[in-house]
Design a protein. Sequence first.
Length: 199
Amino acid sequence: MKRSILVWLALACVAALLVPMFARAHHQDPRDPNDVKGRFDLRRVKTWGSHPNMGYGLVTYGTWTPRIVWDAGYFIVNVDTFGNKRFDYYAMVRSNGKRMEGLLFRDRKEKRDYVMRRFKVWRPDKRTVSFRFPWSSVRFPEKRRFFRWNAQSLYVSDNCPSVCIDKVPDGDALIQTFVRAAPTPTPTPTVTPTVTPTA
């Protein structure tokens, strides 16, 4: 009887160790059909990295350059961290005419949205824009263990005079496990012994 209890406790300990590992490795890379006009028709959204450093890669069907999409196209990743029915933050990627740049916004219900910070953006190829979401600037309730997110693109052109919008996923949002970083241990100061000289 005692042996079976020990085995059960050992398995429980192993499971407890594996859960955070699976949570960190779990990523959702939704794909989207070729169903929207314009250069920013999303084909896929790639995610990578553990939550504190999690990144996004938005892939389009067509190729484009920052100059072509300047003042015409935008990528947005919406994030719900508070656990309500609406999104609380969004990362916007846009062109400044020469390169793509990222801005983090606080999405407020009754007040005007405002820019919280800028973040780095890069392009692995002519169809993709990538960035790490600035999670350090986003607030999570202490007990919350997951967040919701979705991505969308907006594009205006002759083929999209009233704005072509592509949303991934087409439904509400995806649920992503949140792995809270372990606190950094405070170093314990060491006391240097004082040597008293003897005569």
